[in-house]
Design a protein around this ligand. Structure first.
Ligand code: FAD
Ligand code: NAD
Length: 476
């Protein structure tokens, strides 16, 4: 398509915040010719998060799961702009978004305002730390590409430091103790990837430390993967036992220092005891918290005062108590889990909704024009009336938009040793499976979901490369 430099003043300005699962699903299906579209995100790419845990050990290289937003938007028609910036606040009365350039290179303008007629908020969530002392300063998180790169670097730093001449046995044990806090899917998948890395690569390359490497997964609840079926929880826990990953359930982390995790564990007799886990690497994966820009907006809308986990939306994903603002994905509370699957379906729904709204407006305008011409062309009354009727019929058909309905396809998680667990919905029934076949299903499902053919080929190449030659242990 011809690039359209200037916005069309006859069209509404649709501002989309974020380039994650929700916003990109919307942009992919949106007929951008109907609006002046402005996309704002500090991240100029889409990230395929389901394969992010594999980047922490180099099973997959990080660029294989990134797709530049510029490439995604290149094929869109009409006026579509992208700004690499972070939204700092939203003014729902003046209908403007305040944005700033938070990157390393800055020009003379680093902060400005962007007006909108319609706004979609898809900024996701940040990492929850529950204000536990020491977490922010000492942990790695696992949400963004930079997090995965940092973890990869730190794993090898711990290993090389443990292998350093004259290191004391206690220090070797500490450095090679990898602690993961949070037994949700992020923590479980990361622990599995870590153990694979150790068994398949590090052990062979540095055999002198091979009996000292340990992975511990700490979870406050009585079991890991609370959202999976009981049978798969048991399967995961027994697989972890075989893989020698130590699961500490009913253990709530209370404090973190630079070398140890302090927790309170409930013993089988119900007594509480203090436990300390010295660590070399600590990965914190205890779920989501609300981003400041979302919290700020919630504070400005009285109808949001009782919402805690994000922007409460109605069944059309409209932010409750606001006009012309929609929210999707992890920053929206629509009654579903914060997953890519939900965010993607919400984005698709909004694209359909906005495409329909534009068509509705065009048809309404056509009816207005036709009605106006009834008086001007008395000889054509019958013909014009027929056309009005037909347009009204079309309008009724498309105006009838059903509310958003989430269709759950199932949950999948990798648990290490080429095994995966899957809770899949099939023909209104649920099907739970775990093991090596499920692992093949997991790989093919995620491969088919990758953003582009380019991503798919890169991921296959990475899997083959790490299988044939081992993972690359160089510390960049
Ligand atoms: P995100 O995808 O997080 O995107 C948010 C976007 O907003 C980003 O582009 C970000 O840069 C941008 N942004 C942030 N702040 C601002 C701001 N102030 N202004 C403008 N833009 C901003 N879910 C599954 O269903 N299946 C899985 O297998 C799965 N695996 C996962 C693995 C990991 C390691 C993680 C962390 C999550 C996983 N999830 C999975 C959950 C899934 O990634 C999220 O639910 C999903 O990303 C939510 O989509 P979103 O669009 O709301 O947010
Ligand atoms: P989560 O919210 O699913 O799990 C966090 C876990 O941390 C909880 O089980 C909680 O009990 C525990 N926890 C909290 N505070 C703690 C403390 N102080 N000490 C010990 N444990 C503590 O978080 P997640 O795994 O990051 O997942 C976030 C979302 O992303 C979820 O909706 C999840 O379904 C989705 N996700 C899905 C997949 C997948 O489908 N494979 C993978 C990753 C993430």
């Amino acid at each position: 398509p011809e690039p359209q430099v200037k916005p069309d003043p006859s069209k509404k300005t649709l501002v989309v915040l974020g380039t994650g699962w929700g916003s990109v699903s919307l942009l992919k299906r949106l007929d951008t010719e109907n609006y002046n579209v402005v996309v704002i995100s500090p991240r100029n790419y889409f990230l395929f998060t389901p394969l992010l845990p594999s980047c922490t050990t180099g099973t997959i290289e990080h660029r294989s799961i990134m797709e530049p937003i510029r490439t995604i938007l290149r094929s869109k028609r009409g006026h579509v702009k992208y700004y690499e910036a972070e939204a700092s606040s939203i003014d729902p009365d003046r209908k403007v978004v305040r944005v700033f350039d938070n990157s390393e290179v800055r020009g003379e303008t680093i902060e400005t305002e962007i007006p909108y007629d319609m706004l979609v908020i898809g900024v996701g969530a940040e990492n929850a730390t529950f204000g536990i002392p020491g977490v922010r300063e000492n942990s790695c998180f696992l949400k963004e590409i930079g997090d995965a790169q940092l973890i990869r670097k730190k794993i090898m730093d711990c290993v090389e430091t443990a292998a350093f001449k004259d290191q004391s046995p206690e220090e070797i044990d500490r450095l090679l103790h990898m602690v993961v806090v949070g037994g949700g899917p992020t923590g479980v998948e990361f622990a599995g990837e870590l153990q694979d890395f150790f068994e398949e690569d590090i052990k062979k390359l540095i055999p002198d430390i091979s009996d000292r490497f340990r992975v511990t997964l700490i979870e406050a609840l009585p079991n890991v993967l609370p959202s999976f079926s009981k049978q798969l929880i048991e399967y995961t826990e027994s697989t972890f036992k075989e893989e020698k990953i130590d699961i500490r359930t009913k253990t709530m982390v209370k404090k973190v220092t630079d070398k140890a995790v302090e927790a309170e564990a409930v013993s089988p007799d119900g007594k509480k005891e203090k436990v300390s886990f010295p660590y070399g690497l600590l990965v914190w994966a205890t779920g989501n918290a609300v981003r400041p820009v979302v919290r700020d907006l919630m504070g400005k809308i009285p109808a949001q005062k009782d919402s805690r986990r994000g922007l409460a939306v109605n069944e059309y994903l409209v932010v409750q108590g606001a006009r012309d603002i929609w929210a999707i994905g992890d920053c929206a509370v629509a009654g579903y889990a914060p997953t890519a699957q939900v965010a993607g379906q919400e984005g698709n729904f909004l694209a359909r909704l906005f495409n329909n709204m534009a068509k509705t407006e065009a048809l309404e305008e056509r009816i207005r024009d036709l009605s106006g011409s009834l008086n001007l062309k008395p000889g054509n009354v019958a013909e014009i009336s027929r056309e009005i009727e037909e347009t009204e019929r079309q309008l009724r058909r498309i105006k009838d938009i059903k509310p958003f309905h989430y269709s759950h396809q199932g949950s999948l998680a990798y648990i290490g040793s080429e095994k995966a667990v899957a809770d899949v919905s099939w023909f209104n029934g649920n099907f739970a499976s775990g093991g090596s076949l499920t692992f093949l299903f997991w790989r093919s499902a995620y491969l088919s979901m990758c953003f582009s053919t380019r991503n798919r080929l890169l991921v296959i190449n990475d899997w083959l490369k790490s299988k044939l030659f081992g993972r690359d242990v160089s510390r960049e």
